[in-house]
Ligand binder design. Structure first.
Ligand SMILES: Nc1ncnc2c1ncn2[C@@H]1O[C@H](COP(=O)(O)OS(=O)(=O)O)[C@@H](OP(=O)(O)O)[C@H]1O
Ligand SMILES: Nc1ncnc2c1ncn2[C@@H]1O[C@H](COP(=O)(O)OP(=O)(O)O)[C@@H](O)[C@H]1O
Length: 185
C-alpha cells in the first residue's frame, strides 16, 4: 500500500508520516517513509524545483515506493507532489496507491513558517535571497481531485490528524501479494 501525500510546505506531511509510522510499528505493521526533503539530498540531489524536475522527483519516489509496497510494507511518500497529472500517473502505474491531501490554509502556513521559506518568498523582487518558486505562493499546486483521504491540519490537532490517517490505513490494508519479477532484457 502506498500513501501518496501531497500538500504545501509546512502543512504537516513529515509530522504525520513519522507519527503514524511510529503507531503502525507498535502494531507490528511494517512501514517506510519516503520523504521528499531526504531523497532530495541523496538520489534526487540533481533535481531542482522546475516543473520537469518535480515530476522526475515524484517518478523516482514513486518507483522506490512501489518496490517497498510490493513487499507488503506500508509506504508513505511524503512530498509536496504538486501536480495532479503526476499523482494520476503513479495511481495508474502502481497498485494500491492512495492520494492523501494534507491541507492547511496558506495564511496559517505563513504564520507557522517552520523553515523560513515563506518569509523568503515574500522578499521584494530582486532581493538575492528571494525564493521565486515556492509552491502555493509563486508556484503551482493543483488541489487534488477526489483524494482518498483529506486532512486539514489547521482544524485538528496532531493527534487527531494522526488518528485519521491511522484509521484510514488500517481500514485499507491489503493482504501481501506475491512479488512478481520480470526478467530484464
Ligand atoms: N521552491 C520550493 N518549493 C517547495 N519546497 C521547497 C522549495 N525550495 C526548497 N524547498 C524544500 O524542498 C522540500 C520539497 O521537496 P519535495 O521533493 O517534496 O517537492 S516536490 O514534490 O518535488 O515539489 C520542502 O519540504 P517540506 O517543507 O517538507 O514540504 C522544502 O523544505
Ligand atoms: N494537525 C496537525 N498535523 C500535523 N502538523 C501540525 C498539526 N497542527 C500543527 N502542526 C504543526 O505544523 C508543522 C508541520 O511541519 P512539517 O510536518 O515539517 O510539515 P511538512 O512536512 O508538510 O513541510 C509542525 O510544526 C507541526 O507541529
Amino acid at each position: 500500500m502506498i500513501l501518496l501525500f501531497c500538500g504545501l510546505s509546512g502543512a504537516g506531511k513529515t509530522t504525520l508520516a513519522k507519527n503514524v509510522a511510529t503507531e503502525l510499528t507498535e502494531l507490528g505493521v511494517r512501514t517506510e517513509i519516503i520523504d521528499g526533503d531526504e531523497y532530495r539530498s541523496e538520489i534526487c540531489r540533481d533535481l531542482g524545483f522546475s516543473k520537469a524536475d518535480r515530476c522526475e522527483n515524484i517518478r523516482r519516489l514513486g518507483f522506490v515506493a512501489s518496490r517497498f509496497s510490493a513487499h507488503g510494507i506500508v509506504t508513505i511518500v511524503s512530498a509536496i507532489n504538486p501536480y495532479e497529472e503526476m499523482r494520476r500517473e503513479l495511481t495508474e502505474k502502481y497498485d494500491h496507491v492512495n492520494v492523501v491531501h494534507i491541507d492547511c490554509p496558506v495564511k496559517q502556513l505563513i504564520s507557522r513558517d517552520t523553515k523560513g521559506l515563506y518569509k523568503k518568498a515574500f522578499l521584494p523582487d530582486g532581493h538575492p535571497d528571494k525564493l521565486k518558486n515556492l509552491t502555493g505562493i509563486n508556484a503551482r499546486f493543483d488541489v487534488p481531485y477526489e483524494p482518498d483521504l483529506y486532512i486539514n491540519t489547521s482544524e485538528s490537532t496532531v493527534q487527531e490528524s494522526t488518528s485519521s490517517l491511522l484509521y484510514f490505513i488500517l481500514n485499507n490494508l491489503h493482504p501481501v501479494e506475491p512479488v512478481k519479477y520480470k526478467a530484464a532484457n
